[in-house]
Design a protein around this ligand. Structure first.
Ligand SMILES: *Cc1c(COP(=O)(O)O)cnc(C)c1O
Length: 485
């Protein structure tokens, strides 16, 4: 009989990336280890059957709410359904097993994927230069404001302030602080848009940048974006788009044409990577020509048929991520973009807007909208009426879990009292939207008839109300953590 080697074992038993085979006879492995390190007994692993394992994980997967179970209308997060095809493609061995330290000659396929993705995203954003290194939107913001500091610094004056509207996501002001700029907040007007007169008063030669979210976090398109750009550029400041709400604009409007100097995309929101529970994510930063030299290094380039990473970037803000970003998420995004195509992508945005307006119309009599009229892909309701009955936005969200649905975003944006921010996304059917509206209308009736029921929700979930801060900081993820309590 031929001797069994680890090469045979790794080929027979291994379904993941092929490892480089080792030519070590199996029975000789012990000879590589010091005698006292060789086990005398096997590890104490649980003795369970395959059906037990399958049931364990299937049951575990439905203890929590996720998009594969039902609607997840968490405003600003774009919790759309992600086609499984994207995951399958990202798992193809040629992509999943590519090593970032492979020489460039052996990485041309992976680099071609990134290059092609860059082309799609630059076209969607209407901007010439791009990086796909950052891990998420917040890291794009940090990269962008570091670039703003470098840009102004080269002009001999790094400036002092960054303007952020009061409806902005918390990552905007924290980014500004992180880079060492001072945050200047501008209020929103009665229409939910940036107060232009207040903006005029706030800008000055000290302003390094203005961070604008469009559509803003109230789900309203900033109609005066042209005027806002003129005001920012009039004092030499840069205009940044927090592009977290891009799902309302893909193929319908171009950030480049709105005169943004730089803009981010959250791939895990708009371009179909499953997210929640802290990641993983993918961030894209698109910039105007004048900011291109400051992009994080290395920058992907193409010379003839060959791709290469250009590390020789003396004006770059440096590296923001190990290697080249979260590659698997870039693969998912390209797969999603190519399978929908240009017209399919515009359709996504149209349907996202239609779904949000349908829900808003169904709910506006029971829950007070933050602003009247049509919305983009999301809208904000106030539960102030329900609060007067002793039920808060948080309670409404918890009660929705009893209906098998996830809560909207609550208490954001900060400028709306008892905010419920609803983003149904394009991937919900009319039946699903109706079920969600029916649930929220039923809960509104409960706030009149039995407010204590809503205050004590959820009642039908595996656990009741959690200490959320503790659960996030000290998650119990193994049986040992659970036994430890
Ligand atoms: C999600 C979000 C961010 C932050 O993006 P991450 O990818 O979570 O870091 C910033 N701004 C807005 C408006 C968002 O919704």
């Amino acid at each position: 009989m031929p001797e069994l080697t680890l090469r045979d074992l790794s080929v027979q038993g291994h379904r993941g990336p092929r490892l480089a085979p080792l030519d070590i006879p199996a029975e000789g492995v012990e000879r590589l280890l010091p005698r006292e390190r060789v086990r005398t007994e096997g590890p104490a692993l649980p003795e369970i059957s395959e059906p037990q394992v399958v049931r364990h994980f299937v049951n575990l997967s439905v203890l929590n709410h996720h998009i594969d179970r039902a609607i997840y209308p968490l405003g600003s997060c774009t919790m759309k359904y992600n086609p499984k095809l994207n995951d399958e493609v990202a798992q193809l061995q040629g992509l999943a097993a590519a090593h970032p330290l492979q020489p460039e000659e052996l990485s041309q396929g992976a680099m071609a994927v990134i290059w092609e993705l860059h082309g799609w995203l630059r076209a969607i954003m209407g901007m010439p230069a791009i990086t796909t290194h950052p891990a998420a939107g917040a890291q794009c913001e940090l990269t962008a404001i570091l670039m703003a500091r470098a840009y102004h610094g080269e002009r001999g004056n790094p400036r002092e302030e960054v303007i952020v509207p009061d409806s902005a996501h918390g990552t905007n002001p924290s980014t500004v602080n992180q880079v060492g700029y001072r945050v200047v907040t501008v209020p929103s007007g009665a229409d939910g848009c940036v107060d232009i007169a207040a903006l005029r008063r706030a800008v000055s030669e000290k302003t390094a940048a203005l961070m604008l979210t469009n559509p803003n976090t109230l789900g309203i398109f900033e109609r005066d974006v042209g005027e806002i750009a003129r005001i920012a550029h009039g004092v030499g400041a840069l205009l940044y788009l927090d592009g977290a709400n891009l799902n309302a604009m893909v193929g319908l409007a171009s950030p480049g044409a709105m005169e943004f100097d730089f803009a981010h995309i959250n791939l895990h929101k708009t371009f179909s990577t499953p997210h929640g529970g802290g990641g993983p994510g993918g961030g894209v930063l698109c910039v105007r020509e004048a900011l291109e030299p400051f992009l994080p290094a290395p920058v992907l380039e193409r010379a003839g048929d060959l791709y290469r990473w250009n590390h020789d970037r003396p004006r770059s803000v440096g590296r923001v991520h190990s290697y080249y970003g979260n590659f698997g998420i870039l693969v998912r995004a390209l797969c999603y973009l190519k399978s929908l195509g240009a017209s399919g992508l515009a359709e996504v945005s149209r349907e996202a807007i239609l779904n949000a307006n349908y829900l808003k119309a169904r709910l506006r009599d029971a829950y007070e909208p933050s602003h009247p009229g049509y919305c983009m892909h999301e809208f904000v309701l106030s539960a102030s009426r329900q609060k007067s009955r002793g039920v808060r936005a948080l309670d409404l969200g918890k009660r929705l879990l009893d209906f098998g649905m996830h809560a909207p975003t609550t208490y954001f944006p900060l400028i709306v009292e008892e905010a419920l921010m609803i983003e149904p996304t394009e991937t919900e059917t009319k039946a699903s939207l109706d079920a969600f509206a029916d649930a929220l209308l039923a809960i509104d009736r409960e706030t009149v008839e039995d407010p204590a029921l809503v205050r004590n929700a959820p009642t039908r979930t595996p656990v009741r109300r959690l200490d959320e801060a503790r659960a996030a900081r000290n998650p119990a993820v193994t049986w040992r953590d659970l036994e430890a309590g």
